[in-house]
Design a protein around this ligand. Structure first.
Ligand code: CP
Ligand code: NVA
Length: 305
């Protein structure tokens, strides 16, 4: 069987993604009941290449492999030959000889694709400039845990048309929910991605209107990793796009708020938003562990039930 990669949510079928969400919920409940006693990957190794910073992604993947009885290797360009110019494809071929899967956080999505093309073991996208699919597994899991099936529900994305926004668009396609994207002019997501998503994904520039009657509100930082020098310009351009408790009040009564974190209080969210009970970001962050366990298990062992 050809090696399966997880570079975007489109690499798995809707059935497979729905399986992963349910499997993640089961893995979580078994962990809570029995502790980390499920060890399906003894002595297996996940290589983790981080070309950008991380807290949640590193800790969740590393903990997942520890719980599973395996091992995770943290590799940064500073300490590997990648940082000294060894070609991506050569690195992929070498790692494929030794490890069972590779997780990469990098800048260029094309670079990730180049790595995956040369890799004979599964490659997982742990964030590129264009996508963050692992985060969406945890986000859809959280939404599902708290509110049941997400099919035909409506989420709103407020802010930058960035990597997270692109993965929300793919999630809307794959999980069949409606997505309103509300961004300042000039910060729209990729137009082709919008076009192929069809009319379940819509674009607006008015945050007050966009949040009306939605089931879920989500946002992200205004300047992503690699855009630090644009911070001041973005703060000006994103004025009016801060998510506040008053905006949540315009959504459905049982609406939820998600944020991939890290958050900048006082910028994309009000200083107190994460204290609001509708904000379920700590559960969302914790679900990175369970969702990625389901993903690793699926890529290495296939469906287990
Ligand atoms: N949400 C997320 O990916 O967090 P980290 O950057 O801390 O990994
Ligand atoms: N859009 C953010 C997400 C961080 C998890 C970034 O790329 O920096």
């Amino acid at each position: 069987m050809a090696t399966r990669h997880f570079l975007t949510l489109l690499d798995l079928t809707p059935d497979e993604l729905n399986y992963l969400i349910q499997r993640a919920i089961t893995i979580k409940s078994n962990l809570k009941a029995q502790g980390p006693s499920y060890t399906p990957l003894p002595n297996r190794t996940l290589a983790m290449i981080f070309e950008k910073s991380s807290t949640r992604t590193r800790v969740s993947f590393e903990t997942a492999m520890t719980h599973f009885g395996g091992h995770a290797l943290f590799l940064s360009p500073r300490d590997t030959q990648l940082g000294r110019g060894e070609p991506i494809g050569d690195t992929a071929r070498v790692l494929s000889e030794m490890v069972d899967a590779v997780m990469i956080r990098t800048f260029s999505h094309a670079g990730l694709e180049e790595f995956a093309a040369a890799s004979s073991v599964p490659v997982i996208n742990a964030l590129t400039d264009d996508y963050h699919p692992c985060q969406l597994l945890a986000d859809v899991m959280t939404w599902t845990e708290l509110r049941g099936s997400v099919k035909d529900r409506t989420a709103v994305w407020i802010g930058d048309g960035n990597n997270m926004c692109h993965s929300w668009i793919n999630a809307a396609r794959q999980f069949d929910f409606n997505l309103r994207i509300c961004c300042p002019k000039g910060y729209e997501p990729n137009a082709n991605m919008m076009a192929v998503a069809g009319n379940r994904v819509t674009l607006t520039h008015d945050p007050q209107d966009a949040v009306k009657n939605v089931d879920l509100i989500t946002t992200d930082v205004w300047a992503s990793m690699g855009q630090e020098e644009e911070q001041a310009k973005r703060e000006a351009d994103f004025a009016g796009f801060q998510v506040t408790e008053a905006m949540l009040d315009q959504a459905k009564e049982d609406a939820l708020f998600l944020h991939c974190l890290p958050a900048h209080r006082g910028e994309e969210i009000s200083t107190t938003l994460l204290d609001d009970p509708r904000a379920v970001v700590w559960q969302e962050a914790g679900n990175r562990l369970h969702a990625q366990k389901a993903l690793i298990e699926f890529l290495l062992l296939g469906k287990v039930n």
